[in-house]
Design a protein around this ligand. Structure first.
Ligand SMILES: [Zn+2]
Length: 367
């Protein structure tokens, strides 16, 4: 039987068998001091739990409050859940948009078609590539020049053409992020070291390199995540995209640019993916339809949460190296991430005593 929260606190914490006595005592003292000050009517700030080295509790998972604040990037509107796609039409009408260019691939051809057809918005439908291609067309259509002019961070001056992006996989989150990436066959321009470290950009000057753009102006106008579109994905695609989403959540959580909101999104994404990815990949033929719908729905929710996390917190060494690996050998992005993730976590564990790394290793083992 659960004791009331106050009683559990006095007894040494709700999860008393798992919490450290010193940490419980510190929390109790903070609460008692706060209660005493409140009873005196004093204006006191809410108690803030300082990070405790090695702590395993909600306070230990989160950053201390930022002194400078932080930004959190999202699409103007996200439509989520079964039949979300049906609602998208109404939203497009509300925006007064009339003619769509449906994007699959090929930026240059897309730009020509856009101009000749007089389309006033873009519609991308798929996993990562169609959305990235639409972002490239949209930013060049409104800003001019070539897509290479926008390589880097926040290089565009005008908003992109409106983009409705419809996601059909549970992994990349390209339908809702400000990230754009593609293989380029041209030489890479100069990229500063801090950008390389924080944004996973490839600077290989050989012919097959990945070019990356991170710009809030390429965030889709409306993101649609309808799990009905994800049913029937091949096992390999479910596994690869699921591992991509897991990597997004872990790298966002470990990022030095993470914040309290991205932490919350990343942690829940990790929990959901750890719980549901294995069974969703296992044997879809042996799973009841409604169970599969549930599992796919959870993964779809998780990949969106992971997108919310890395869209603002950015990514890390796994993506930095996975982009190079995938670009050079033409390998699936999620597979490259899955190969590199344990190695990078091991490296991070040696370099940092932060409790986060230990927790994430546990997450990997449980998967
Ligand atoms: Zn990724």
């Amino acid at each position: 039987m659960l004791a009331p929260a106050s009683a559990r606190l006095q007894a040494g914490g709700g999860s008393s068998t798992r919490m450290r006595p010193a940490r419980c005592a510190a929390a109790t003292l903070r609460m008692q001091a706060f209660k005493a000050e409140s009873e005196k009517g004093a204006q006191v700030p809410l108690p803030v739990a300082a990070p405790v080295p090695g702590a395993r509790g909600l306070a230990g998972y989160h950053h201390s409050p930022s002194k400078t604040g932080y930004a959190f990037f999202m699409p103007a509107l996200s439509l989520l859940g079964p039949n979300a796609l049906k609602a998208a039409g109404k939203e497009i009408t509300k925006l007064g948009l009339k003619k769509a260019l449906i994007v699959t691939d090929k930026v240059e051809e897309g730009l020509e078609l856009l101009r000749s057809a007089g389309a006033d918005f873009l519609l991308s439908f798929g996993g990562g590539s169609p959305h990235d291609c639409a972002k490239a067309i949209g930013i060049v259509a409104s800003n001019g020049g070539s897509i290479r002019d926008y390589e880097g961070l926040d290089r565009a001056s005008k908003p992109m053409l409106p983009l409705l992006s419809v996601n059909t996989t549970a992994g990349t989150a390209a339908e809702m992020t400000r990230f754009w990436e593609s293989v380029s066959e041209t030489n890479q321009s100069f990229c500063p070291w801090w950008f390389l470290l924080t944004c996973s950009i490839i600077t290989d000057t050989a012919r097959h390199v990945k070019m990356a753009i991170i710009d809030s102006k390429v965030t889709p106008t409306i993101a649609v995540d309808d799990p009905l579109l994800m049913l029937g994905m091949p096992k390999g695609l479910t596994a690869a995209t699921g591992m991509d989403a897991l990597t997004h959540s872990i790298e966002a959580y470990l990022s030095t640019s993470s914040n309290r909101i991205t932490d919350a999104c990343a942690l829940h994404a990790m929990r959901l993916i750890s719980r549901y990815l294995r069974t969703a990949v296992g044997d879809p033929g042996n799973v009841q339809a409604h169970d599969m719908m549930w599992q796919v729905g959870q993964l779809h929710y998780a990949q969106y949460l992971a997108g919310m996390a890395f869209n603002s917190a950015s990514l890390g060494y796994v993506h930095a190296m996975a982009h190079q690996l995938g670009g050079f050998y033409n390998l699936p992005h999620g597979v490259c991430n899955a190969l590199l993730l344990p190695v990078v976590l091991e490296f991070n564990a040696k370099a940092s005593a932060d409790a986060r790394v230990g927790m994430l290793q546990w997450c990997m083992v449980s998967l």
